[in-house]
Ligand binder design. Structure first.
Ligand code: SF4
Ligand code: SF4
Ligand code: SF4
Ligand code: FES
Length: 954
């Protein structure tokens, strides 16, 4: 690639100020023609005059309007004249009509606007030069735009100058002295976020914005999504980073590296310093919205804990030695080759990272297959959504979600199973809540009353609080009712599904043992409620199912996914907008990591290794013979390591020593390796067992792509150079080269070109197309050159939809006299997964430790009080957490998160796993809970190891 092209690539997404057209776009395609200031303009019906004028190049002055929110019409600054109409209507709340003649800049409206501005300015502090929003203040801009020269009322209005600034929120401040009460913040919190934390209190000059019941922000219901901050046209709500560092000067479009929603952001910079992340209005997954993680929690990227130089050591009790990249590659390659010489080709392997880009993942799996010469490659999907791959591929023929997020806006009844979107997929949860506030029905199937069950202005029609481990019994009972009451969509089934399989399944599901009444005792779900929920779903014109790890992380995870697909087919809810089966993928790029072939049995694009044509294609392109035998799955690697058959691992961006179940077993396995290479940002728990540490890059230091839960590939753009001096894909390539299989690319776009060349699902993808479209949903190929929004339209990928029988087999992990409670785990909004990133940000203010939620009745009989220390013991291990008494959780069930390594939640989880994919059964662990006064033995040894390993750092 020429240096000019490289320079162009580096500036690929340098963008200007985000254009705001004042009011939202109209969804219709019917056009209207009108005249604005003498120019003919053609816009969709339902467009406001303000937006139509902006599209034609004229920005009408405004304060209370923004494209992200519905027009409100309170500031009266946007007045216009319309021929044949009396008065001066507000252009934000008046829609266009055919042949309307509008004048936006007459002398009369100019005067009226100046009058309005005079009132605002008379009630506003005049400290523009030292104001943090100087240069980014719409009040200031509007004063200029309307030609304000005099303020006849003076500058001493009721401007609340003495009102105290609220600095309690970690990431932004609220300065009421600067508020013009435009209520954009209130509307953003309601319409975009759905939290309803803000209100306007009082009237006229006395009116003011308050959080919750006039609380400080940190004590209010605010979840720090930042929507109000983006919406605020003045310096009233402003990011602390802007106050500290000043206004950004450049912006680059990139994609959030936290969850599977894949929000698009403008990384706003001063040189190479990131000032703020602002959600991108054109982002097709998030439409300008964000959550606290993507919006604010980016400080980890420059945290002092970052390790930026390669390090090696002989033994894990030795001090680390910083070395050059070359020395690190030489040391590593020699070790791996020596191991292979001694123990065989298949004695080493690698783990790709679902936090890394597709391009990085692709080169890691290529490195394992081509340089290591085996297929010992896996990824964290093994411990989260592997059952989704298996279950959806079996029933529908494709192992990914069927819809775009926006599809939910066409749904009449939403069923959410084992997913907590308000915490784990917050931006999509806000969209879902918007649809629910419009009146869609909601069925929540979850052991715990998640945030969706009872949110502001919405309540679930049915919450089925099932006992952990009984998902399959519940999904079967729902299907049983639909067959029993003849509510199935016969036409859809006959036209789209395999009728032979359906007949077998129908006989299976009709068995009385699957009736709601028969399973009531096992599941704990009221049979009447279940019947009603089944009817609601079956009778909905459009019903959609969203599910999460509460479905997959079970011994019957794959069975449950098939049960979900069966239910969707049974009710005809596939192949159009508003319906479908939607796995809520956890990590930012777990979909992509799977798509890129991070599996021991599949090449990129989910093609089995045993397929000779595919294998030959890769062999020819890569110039190497591939091992036709599938490799180890992740848990098999640990088992083999613990028993001495597996000796070397390359782990990129995964912290298996915290995230995987039965930690003591994982630690024993890692400790038995002769060469563990960790490529990461920090000395994580896994790195404490490593012999080689290769510094990784944060998402801000990368070019590449992520694929989110809706199969959407979005660009990740480098906004600062890698702190380590090397791109992560370059490191993998250099290691491969040192191992004897040279890999060279000059830019990640070349890796994507190779992916497209070798993978039919991606054959139409290129960085140029991404640049043009912003994002692309796969498949993107000759049949779908602009990507695919909805899957299985007209026909399933496998041809006819397959109804798979789903017999309920209770998990072996059952409560008993010794372990009478069932522990289930989940996530919390402010922390992300193992917390390596979010724990290094002010998000710690929201969630400083993992706690054990326990029902007050279970606590009382055990003598456990709120906030006291409680021991939790399973057959795998024991840990100690603080108790949180909560009625969100049902009696007999306890709940915790696993964001802090010292909590040891995964010391307690067991090695039980899904029958088809080995996905661990994180969601069901039989435990006992009891009061304690000191940390567990494991926690004490954790502290010692942590201290020792930190002392060994250079
Ligand atoms: S805080 Fe900002 S957005 Fe909210 S009413 Fe005041 S000026 Fe408007
Ligand atoms: S940050 Fe988000 S949740 Fe908090 S008040 Fe603003 S819009 Fe509402
Ligand atoms: S964490 Fe998820 S919801 Fe939040 S900003 Fe990032 S991608 Fe969006
Ligand atoms: S922008 Fe139209 S009334 Fe405020």
């Amino acid at each position: 690639m020429s240096s000019e092209t490289a320079a162009k690539m580096n500036n690929w997404y340098r963008v200007g100020v985000e254009k705001d057209l004042g009011t939202p776009a109209s969804p219709t395609e019917n056009m209207v023609e009108l005249t604005i200031d003498g120019l003919r303009v053609s816009v969709p019906t339902g467009t406001s005059i303000m937006r139509a004028a902006a599209l034609g190049g004229t920005d009408i002055p405004r304060l209370c309007a923004t494209e992200d929110l519905n027009a409100f019409g309170s500031c009266r600054l946007c007045l216009v004249e319309i021929e044949g109409r009396p008065g001066y209507p507000a252009s934000c709340t008046t829609n266009v009509e055919p042949d309307m003649v509008v004048r936006t800049q007459t002398e009369r409206v100019a005067k009226l606007r100046r009058n309005v501005m005079e009132l605002y300015i008379s009630d506003h502090p005049l400290d523009c030069l030292s104001c943090p929003s100087n240069g980014d203040c719409q009040l200031q801009d509007m004063a200029g735009a309307v030609g304000l020269r005099d303020v006849r009322y003076g500058y001493t209005g009721e401007n609340h100058l003495t009102a105290e600034k609220d600095q309690s929120a970690p990431y932004f401040t609220f300065d009421p002295a600067k508020c013009i009460v435009c209520s954009r913040c209130v509307r953003a919190c309601e319409e975009q976020q759905g939290t309803f934390a803000l209100t306007v209190e009082g009237r006229g000059f006395d009116s003011k914005i308050v959080a919750s019941q006039n609380d400080s922000f940190d004590q209010s219901e605010c979840v720090s999504c930042g929507a109000c901050v983006k919406a605020c046209p003045t310096a009233t709500l402003v990011e602390k980073s802007v106050i500290e560092l000043g206004q950004p000067v450049t912006a680059t479009i990139t994609t959030c590296a936290y969850c599977g929603v894949g929000c698009s952001f403008r990384a706003e910079m001063q040189g190479d310093k990131l000032i703020r992340m602002v959600p991108d209005r054109n982002g097709q997954a998030n439409h300008g919205h964000a959550c606290v993680k993507g919006r604010f929690a980016f400080g980890y990227a420059t945290h002092k804990d970052r390790i930026t130089a390669p390090m090696i050591r002989e033994k894990i009790s030795d001090p680390w030695r910083e070395v050059s990249w070359e020395a690190a590659f030489e040391f590593t390659a020699k070790r791996l080759k020596d191991i292979q010489k001694k123990y065989g080709r298949r004695s080493i392997g690698g783990i790709t990272s679902s936090r890394c880009t597709n391009e990085e993942v692709y080169v890691v799996q290529k490195f394992v297959r081509a340089a290591m010469g085996n297929n010992n490659v896996d990824n964290c999907a093994r411990v989260c959504h592997a059952p989704t791959g298996y279950g959806l591929k079996t029933t529908l023929g494709e192992s990914a979600g069927t819809q775009a997020f926006d599809s939910v806006m066409q749904t009449d009844v939403i069923m959410v199973i084992g997913s907590n979107p308000t915490d784990a997929h917050p931006v999509f949860a806000s969209l879902m809540k918007r649809r629910l506030r419009q009146g869609a029905g909601l069925i929540v199937i979850d052991p715990r009353a998640t945030g969706l069950v009872d949110a502001p202005h919405l309540t679930a029609n049915y919450h089925l609080p099932l006992r952990p481990g009984t998902n399959v019994a519940v999904i079967n009972a729902l299907a049983h009712v639909i067959i029993d009451e003849q509510l199935e969509d016969t036409a859809f089934i006959e036209q789209r599904c395999d009728m032979e399989a359906f007949a077998i399944w129908r006989a299976f599901i009709s068995d009385a043992k699957y009736s709601p009444e028969a399973v009531e005792e096992t599941t704990g779900v009221d049979a009447n409620q279940l019947r009603r929920a089944a009817r609601l779903f079956a009778n909905a014109p459009n019903g959609a199912i969203y599910y999460g790890l509460g479905v997959t992380e079970h011994s019957q995870g794959s069975t449950m996914v098939m049960g979900i697909a069966n239910l969707a087919m049974l009710t005809g809810n596939m192949g159009r907008e508003g319906v479908g089966v939607n796995p809520m993928r956890g990590q930012n790029n777990v979909q992509g990591a799977c798509d890129m072939g991070s599996f021991p049995h599949e090449l990129p694009g989910y093609r089995h290794l045993s397929d000779e044509i595919t294998r030959t294609m890769f062999e020819q392109d890569w110039g190497v013979k591939l091992d036709p035998e599938p490799g180890y799955r992740l848990p098999n690697m640990f088992d083999a390591a613990a028993s001495g058959d597996f000796k070397g691992m390359y782990i990129q961006g995964e912290d298996v020593a915290q995230s995987d179940p039965d930690i003591q077993h994982v630690q024993a396995a890692l400790g038995a390796l002769e060469c563990l290479i960790v490529q990461d940002l920090f000395l994580n728990e896994t790195a404490k067992f490593a012999h080689v540490f290769l510094p990784g890059c944060s998402f801000l230091e990368k070019d590449g792509t992520f694929i989110n839960a809706e199969r959407r590939m979005s660009p990740v753009r480098k906004v600062m150079q890698p702190l380590s001096g090397m791109d992560e894909w370059e490191v993998t390539c250099a290691l491969s080269t040192a191992m004897g299989y040279p890999m060279h690319y000059s830019h990640p776009s070349e890796i994507m070109d190779e992916i497209a060349r070798l993978t039919p699902t991606f054959s139409g993808v290129s960085y140029a197309l991404l640049d043009e479209m912003g994002s692309i949903q796969w498949p993107c190929n000759d049949e779908a050159p602009r990507g695919t929004t909805t899957m299985h339209v007209g026909e399933f990928v496998r041809g006819k939809g397959y109804f798979a029988p789903t017999p309920f087999v209770p998990t072996e992990e059952r409560s008993n006299a010794k372990y009478p409670l069932l522990l289930t785990t989940g996530r919390i909004l402010a922390q992300y997964n193992v917390g390596a990133q979010t724990r290094r940000t002010p998000n710690m203010a929201f969630h400083a430790e993992d706690v054990l939620e326990i029902h007050p009745s279970d606590a009382e009989v055990r003598g456990i009080t709120d906030n006291s220390w409680v021991g939790i013991k399973s057959r795998a291990g024991e840990t100690v957490l603080r108790a949180l008494l909560s009625t969100r959780i049902q009696p007999g069930v306890v709940y915790t998160t696993f964001h802090h390594p010292e909590s040891g939640a995964n010391v307690v989880t067991t090695d039980n796993s899904d029958w088809a994919t080995n996905c661990p059964e994180y969601k069901v662990t039989a435990v006992q809970a009891y009061p304690v006064t000191s940390p567990s033995q494991w926690q004490q040894s954790f502290s010692r190891l942590d201290k020792q390993q930190h002392e060994l750092l250079p």
